[in-house]
Design a protein around this ligand. Structure first.
Ligand SMILES: *[C@@H]1O[C@H](CO)[C@@H](O)[C@H](O)[C@H]1NC(C)=O
Length: 180
């Protein structure tokens, strides 16, 4: 009895923590967030995401476009560089954005950032009650940043992922170079 009560309480705490995370950043500043970010790590519980060894780093250019957010990105999908241009709209809380339905209707949530060095982004599929989660670590530079990586692992665990779901991307600029 005691054990199951404890388990229930722990479950509640995890839910509360997750709920807090979903609020994004209260003082999110889009102007400071704009510019170029390298995608340097990924954490996901999706099979096809994690079973892609040697995945190259990607990048995204964030531009403020009125009430919208312009996102031009390149990323490595199974050894193919994919370039995408999306326009996201602001969501109901600061740091939360929604991609239009024709680009998947995903929600993009800024989970943590210091604007100058790193950002942790959560990507939630449209209508996703399924526990599929993708967390991405972005960096202003390609230099290894231990603090950012630690923060990323911490956030991944908070979101129910495990350390083994975290994948550092290979410093191969093939995809990134497509942005310029
Ligand atoms: C966002 O940051 C910019 C640049 O630092 C600053 O000028 C602006 O006042 C900030 N906006 C808000 C709402 O804090």
């Amino acid at each position: 009895m005691r054990g199951s009560l404890l388990a229930a309480l722990l479950g509640l705490l995890v839910m509360l923590a997750a709920g807090k995370e979903d609020l994004g950043l209260q003082n999110f500043n889009l102007t400071q967030f704009s510019g170029m970010w390298y995608e340097i790590a990924l954490a996901s519980n999706l099979e096809h995401q994690s079973s892609s060894p040697g995945r190259k780093v990607g990048a995204v250019i964030v531009e403020q476009d009125g009430a919208h957010l312009g996102l031009t990105s390149v990323s490595d999908h199974m050894n193919l560089c994919m370039k995408e241009k999306n326009q996201a709209v602001k969501g109901d809380t600061p740091g939360k954005f929604k991609l239009p339905l024709d680009s998947g209707g995903k929600e993009v949530i800024v989970v943590a950032t210091d604007y100058k060095t790193y950002a942790v982004i959560s990507i939630v599929p449209h209508g996703g009650e399924k526990p599929s989660r993708v967390l991405k670590l972005y960096s202003r530079t390609l230099e290894h940043n231990e603090k950012a990586t630690e923060k990323f692992v911490e956030k991944a665990v908070e979101q129910g992922l495990s350390v083994s779901d975290v994948q550092l991307l290979t410093k191969d600029l093939t995809c990134v170079n497509l942005l310029s």
